[in-house]
Design a protein around this ligand. Structure first.
Ligand SMILES: *[C@@H]1O[C@H](CO)[C@@H](O)[C@H](O)[C@H]1NC(C)=O
Ligand SMILES: *[C@@H]1O[C@H](CO)[C@@H](O)[C@H](O)[C@H]1NC(C)=O
Length: 529
């Protein structure tokens, strides 16, 4: 029964749109999303995306057969347990390992897994010293912006990309003559760094800009700001700047906080870094309805707000996510058709706020950076006053008055604010922070290209150890009866009731991310996209 949740969803969206108490706004948004997710679950259709970002669906557990099975990876990690060894990732379920399902942001536990994608800094010239004058009249930092100001404007925005659907989305926007704003996440969901020159993303980013769309930041790896130190949060912003600047030669002044979470510290950091903090007043929750049988719910939310509304009196700042298939290939057509039919303009966020495009970006330093600078980490304390005394880390994080000296994790404080031992933590050339622990100054030369080699994209998991294609042998793998698949169990997902693609972890699934060939979907044991 779709109707009740549709009505409730629509009224929630309208409630967001009309809520003028912005200080109270953030918890309500989060709560609203939870509520929607809960409704879907109670309806017997548990949403695969209960957060505003795609999750890597197969959590790494000790029993999953493992993408990698080296003995040193079968170690537990996490709060109260400890960190993984240098270069290993701590999965959402608390196991050390490597590969996408352990390392992908935002789920990899970055405080316990040095190798988490969230802790990998992109290569490129450091942007932290760029002057950040606050030009124009649009609010910087603070409680943020929820509404467009120019009547008749609708700012369509897309978060969490770029992703494999984004180029098609650009085609679509072009065919309608629509402009949009992309809130870019630097490395999430195992897609690899956006400035990886061997990926599709640099070209997609350049094209966005060339075709008149606005490029904004959605942080480096989509972490929950409430769980980050000031140093970690600053890195989340500056690392995304470095990656964007290395592709475009500039970086944005507009950003949107992941999960709509940005409390006082975060607001202050963003103000100091010269960012406009952008939320939204219309959310069709396309990310919750990523299925042909559910996306109508998002269309109904849109219609509730737009159909019959008066463009002479109204404007909207709308949110979608270009990492979801139905959003890109179904909902967007519906939205664009309706938008123009109702007499609105499809513009960027900057334009709907009346901000000249010269204020949307800051020119960054030239050069690839990586090789020369040893001071690419952010050591400036941008928020609270300098601490008066140094505390010893109790949770393995460091910086801002918290030292690693004498802790069980190790005495070096890494560039990303984690205590540990070994060169990833202690080498000055990798950004070891001498103020908050010990560092060895005798840095060995670092290979400049290592940061670009994202293992997810350049070396997919090894193919199944069969010499003949299962489908061409008279006795191919049996159809999975228990959801397990792959060479170890000799079972295929083709024809299985658990989903038709075989995930990297050897589970039948119909989830988009599990089915993506570039992320290691096992094509010999099911279908992949
Ligand atoms: C973000 O972190 C805070 C503090 O740990 C937590 O209460 C909140 O539920 C988290 N929100 C999300 C969306 O993860
Ligand atoms: C698009 O959405 C409609 C519901 O609004 C659905 O019936 C249709 O199957 C979807 N199309 C595709 C190609 O998924």
């Amino acid at each position: 029964m779709k109707l009740p949740s549709t009505i409730l969803a629509a009224s929630l969206a309208v409630a967001f749109a009309h809520d003028s108490n912005h200080d109270q706004h953030i918890p309500k948004l989060v709560g609203g999303r939870r509520l929607l997710a809960g409704l879907e679950s109670r309806g017997g259709r548990a949403s695969p995306h209960q957060r505003d970002t795609a999750k890597v669906p197969q959590f790494a557990t000790k029993d999953d057969g493992g993408l990698q099975s080296r003995a040193d990876q079968d170690t537990k990690c996490g709060p109260g347990v400890g960190s993984c060894a240098s270069d290993l990732c701590c999965s959402a379920e608390g196991w050390c390992g490597t590969g996408t399902i352990y390392c992908a942001a935002p789920d990899c536990q970055m405080n316990y897994g040095p190798g988490c994608d969230a802790n990998k800094k992109p290569s490129g010239a450091d942007t932290s010293d760029v002057a950040r004058p606050k030009l124009g009249s649009v609010l910087y930092g603070g409680a943020g912006i929820y509404d467009c100001v120019k009547k008749g404007d609708i700012a369509l925005t897309f978060d969490d990309g770029p992703y494999i659907y984004t180029a098609d989305l650009l085609d679509k926007l072009k065919s309608y003559g629509a402009k949009a704003t992309f809130f870019i996440t630097g490395n999430n969901n195992g897609k690899g760094m956006i400035n990886n020159p061997s990926s599709i993303y640099p070209a997609v980013l350049k094209r966005m800009h060339a075709e008149g769309h606005q490029i904004a930041s959605h942080t480096w790896s989509h972490q929950n700001a409430s769980q980050l130190t000031n140093t970690q949060y600053t890195n989340q912003m500056v690392w995304n700047e470095i990656a964007l600047n290395s592709v475009l030669g500039f970086f944005p002044t507009y950003m949107r906080p992941p999960y709509s979470i940005c409390e006082k510290n975060c607001q202050t950091i963003l103000s100091n870094l010269g960012y406009h903090v952008i939320y939204f007043d219309l959310d069709t929750a396309g990310y919750l309805n990523d299925d042909a049988s559910m996306i109508q719910t998002s269309k109904d939310i849109w219609d509730e707000a737009i159909d019959g509304s008066d463009p002479a009196k109204k404007s909207f700042l709308q949110i979608e996510h270009d990492i979801h298939y139905q959003t890109v290939y179904n909902l967007t057509d519906y939205i664009l058709t309706s938008l123009f039919a109702n007499g609105y303009r499809a513009v960027t966020v900057g334009e709907c706020l009346g901000d000249p495009s010269s204020n949307w970006y800051r020119t960054g330093p030239k050069g690839s950076g990586g090789t020369t600078s040893t001071t690419t980490i952010i050591t400036k304390t941008t928020t609270s006053a300098a601490p008066t005394r140094t505390a010893v880390s109790t949770d393995g994080t460091c910086g801002n008055g918290v030292t690693c000296a004498g802790t069980r994790w190790g005495s070096c404080c890494s560039a990303s604010g984690l205590c540990g031992v070994g060169s990833e933590y202690c080498s000055v050339s990798k950004g070891c922070q001498p103020a908050w622990g010990t560092c060895d100054g005798t840095a060995t030369s670092t290979k400049t290209s290592t940061l670009y080699k994202d293992p997810k994209l350049t070396s997919p998991p090894p193919p199944p150890a069969t010499t003949t294609k299962p489908t061409s042998t008279p006795t191919g793998p049996a159809v999975s009866q228990d959801g397990a698949c792959g060479p170890d169990v000799g079972q295929t997902c083709s024809g299985s009731s658990f989903g038709t693609c075989c995930s990297p972890a050897g589970k039948c699934s119909s989830n988009t991310i599990s089915c993506l060939a570039i992320l290691g979907c096992q094509k010999d044991y099911g279908s992949c996209i």
